[in-house]
Design a protein around this ligand. Structure first.
Ligand code: AMP
Ligand code: MN
Ligand code: MN
Ligand code: MN
Length: 287
């Protein structure tokens, strides 16, 4: 840590991860224990469109003495692209937030049925039932569950391969979906007492100009931080988004986006590089 760095930079923060309440493979309690065992000092559980794992995670964090931040990752449709907005420091019992997230989740089952129909047309039968075997929260069936099923059934060698061949735009199992709007997701998070973080900007398949526009709209909507460091950002992308955070006067976040110990596309809890220099870590708010 350089001498001009924000003191909170020294804290090993991991502010993006998933449990069985969405598409992670470990229960909330298990993810918390794993984070603590791996040296994470400040941890957030951020399940997709769900806060129902936070009570269990919070209790487990108290038991193991891990500083815990209540989080969520909201699915958003922006300019025909799916983007993700992480909310940190939200009130997990906020009734309106819970209702709003339930509405975002509500189309998932029908979408999954359509995905299965598309896969059936490509010669893969019973994918809905197969995916369901990996689902722990009936309100949250995701593409990841289909991917795990297709790997286990031998159609593909790993989850990444399934996405590429079956689950992205133009492929047989892809079904376009309308999620929340960007400004509403940011407002919901603020309403529930949290701060909004634009997740993994390097993952969006949009050009540089579009990304700038996304950043601007996010900021104008009241967004607070950019996830500069995440498992699949290259060093070059970390520098790019560090610059973007500085230029847009956004704070910076850091998270592994951990989904499970055997998920090849994601790294381990806490195992992401430190923030590049010259940024304000969003977690100064939680320390
Ligand atoms: P869904 O919300 O059902 O559209 O599923 C989105 C989830 O799929 C993300 O949160 C990731 O966990 C996973 N995912 C998306 N794209 C990929 C990819 N290319 N490789 C592996 N997992 C992916
Ligand atoms: Mn996921
Ligand atoms: Mn995401
Ligand atoms: Mn995530």
């Amino acid at each position: 840590m350089g001498k001009h760095e924000h003191p909170a930079c020294a804290i090993a923060a991991d502010l993006h991860s998933h449990s069985t309440v969405s598409d992670g493979v470990l229960a909330p309690r298990e993810v918390v224990e794993r984070a603590a065992n791996r040296g994470v000092e400040l941890y957030a559980l951020t399940d997709h469109d769900e806060v129902s794992g936070l009570a269990e995670a919070d209790a487990a964090a108290r038991e193991v003495g891990l500083a815990f931040v209540h989080g969520v990752e909201i699915s958003v449709t922006w300019s025909a692209t799916t983007v993700h907005v992480v909310g940190l420091g939200i009130d997990p019992d906020h009734r309106r937030l819970r209702e709003r997230l339930a509405r975002v989740r509500s189309g998932r089952t029908e979408r999954a049925r359509q995905m299965a129909a598309g896969l059936a047309a490509a010669g893969i039968d019973d994918a809905y039932e197969g995916a369901l075997r990996f689902v722990r929260n009936p309100e949250l069936i995701s593409r990841t569950h289909f991917a795990r099923h297709l790997v286990e059934s031998g159609y593909c060698r790993d989850v990444r391969d399934v996405f590429k061949r079956y689950l992205v735009a133009g492929k047989p199992g892809y079904v376009p979906h309308q999620w929340a709007q960007l400004d509403e997701a940011v407002a919901w998070i603020a309403d529930a007492g949290g701060v909004a973080v634009l997740a993994h900007p390097g993952r969006y398949r949009v050009g540089e100009l579009k990304l700038q526009e996304l950043g601007r709209e996010f900021k104008e909507a009241g967004g607070t931080a950019l996830e500069v460091v995440t498992s699949n950002h290259t060093p070059q992308q970390m520098r790019q988004f560090a610059r973007m955070a500085q230029e847009m006067e956004l704070e910076a976040s850091r998270g592994s986006d951990f989904h499970g110990p055997e998920e090849s596309e994601n790294v381990e809890l806490g195992e992401v590089p430190p923030l590049p220099p010259g940024l304000i870590p969003v977690w100064h708010r939680f320390t």
